[in-house]
Write a protein that binds this ligand. Structure first.
Ligand code: T3D
Length: 259
C-alpha cells in the first residue's frame, strides 16, 4: 500500500488515513484502489473490531482528483465509479464492524459522501460539507443521492446538491447529517474514544444494527419485523448476548468479545 493511504491497527481499531494533504486528499484512481484494499484488510482481520477513517492535513477529502485522466471530460467517468468509488461505499456499508469517520476538515463531492457512508460521523467544528458536483456539471455520486434524502429529507438534499453550498459542521449536526461536532483540537481524541469503545463492544450486534437500519430504507414494516426477528435469533445465540445478560445480572460491566 503506497503512503497515500495510511493504515494502522491499535486496540482493536483499524485507522485509515487519506494522506494526500497537498491536494486536500482528493483521491487518484490508485489511491481509491488502496483505500478499498485497506477496508478489506480491516474486514479480514479478526483483531479489528472497529474502523476509524480520517484525512491528513486540513481537509478530510475534496472528492475525486479532477486532474486524474480517468475523469477527463468526454470520457466514461461512470467506469471509475463502477470500479473504484462504488465498491468502497458498498464495502463501508456492508463491513460487519462499526465505521467511525472523523471529518477533520472540508469534505467535498465524493469526499463528502465517503464520510456519510460511515456509521458514526463526527466532524471538527471548522469542517464543511460541500455537495460540489453541480459546480462542475455533475450530480451527487458515491451514494450521496441515497444518503442525503434519508438523512436530511429530500427538500434539503435537493437544495444542498443544487446550490452546492458549504454546510458547516454545526449545521450538519443540527440537520441530522452527522452524529456530532468536536472542537478541532479534540476531534481525533473524541473519534478514537468512540472507535475504541466500539472495538470492545458487541460487534455482532453492531453489524446487525447496520443491516437493519439500511434495510429499513426500502423494507415494508412486515419485512422489517421479519428481519429483526432473524437478526435477534442469531444474536440470541451469541456469546456476547450470554455475557451481556450475565453482566447485567451480576451487576458488573460486560466483557464483550465480538463472538
Ligand atoms: O466518475 C467519477 O469519478 C466522477 C466522480 C466525481 C466525484 C466527485 O468528487 S466530483 C467533485 C470533485 N470535487 C470538487 O469539485 C471539489 C474541488 N475542490 C474545491 O472546490 C476546493 O478545493 C475546496 C472547496 C474543497 C477547498 O477550497 P480551498 O480554497 O480551501 O483549497 P484549494 O486551494 O481549492 O485546494 C488546495 C489544493 O488542492 C489545490 O492544489 P494547488 O493549486 O495548491 O496545487 C487544488 O487544486 C487541490 N484540489 C482540491 N480539490 C481537488 C484538488 N485537486 C484535484 N482534484 C480535486 N477534487
Amino acid at each position: 500500500m503506497a503512503d497515500h493511504i495510511l493504515y494502522s491497527v491499535d486496540s482493536g481499531v483499524a485507522t485509515i488515513t487519506l494522506n494526500r494533504p497537498d491536494k486536500l486528499n482528493a483521491p487518484t484512481s490508485a489511491m481509491l484502489h488502496d483505500l478499498l484494499g485497506a477496508i478489506r484488510e480491516a474486514d479480514a482481520d479478526d483483531d479489528v473490531r472497529a474502523l476509524l477513517l480520517t484525512g491528513a492535513g486540513r481537509a478530510f477529502c475534496a472528492g475525486q482528483d479532477l486532474d486524474d485522466e480517468a475523469v477527463a471530460p468526454g470520457g466514461d467517468i461512470g467506469a471509475l465509479l463502477e470500479t473504484r468509488w462504488n465498491p468502497i461505499i458498498r464495502a463501508l456499508r456492508s463491513i460487519p464492524k462499526p465505521v467511525v469517520v472523523a471529518v477533520n476538515g472540508v469534505a467535498a463531492g465524493a469526499g463528502a459522501n465517503l464520510a456519510l457512508a460511515g456509521d458514526v460521523v463526527i466532524a471538527a467544528r471548522s469542517a464543511r460539507f460541500i455537495e460540489a458536483f453541480s459546480k462542475i456539471g455533475l450530480t451527487p455520486d458515491a451514494g450521496g443521492s441515497w444518503f442525503l434524502p434519508r438523512l436530511i429529507g429530500s427538500a434539503r438534499a435537493t437544495a444542498l446538491a443544487m446550490f452546492a453550498h458549504a454546510l458547516s459542521a454545526d449545521a450538519a449536526k443540527e440537520w441530522g447529517l452527522i452524529w456530532d461536532v468536536a472542537d478541532d483540537g479534540s476531534l481525533m481524541e473524541e473519534a478514537e474514544r468512540i472507535a475504541e469503545q466500539f472495538a470492545s463492544g458487541p460487534t455482532r450486534a453492531y453489524a446487525a444494527i447496520k443491516r437493519a437500519v439500511d434495510a429499513a430504507a426500502t423494507n415494508t414494516l412486515d419485512e422489517q419485523l421479519d428481519l429483526e426477528r432473524d437478526l435477534q435469533r442469531e444474536l440470541g445465540r451469541s456469546e456476547d448476548y450470554r455475557e451481556g445478560v450475565a453482566a447485567f445480572v451480576e451487576k458488573r460491566p460486560p466483557n464483550f468479545t465480538g463472538r
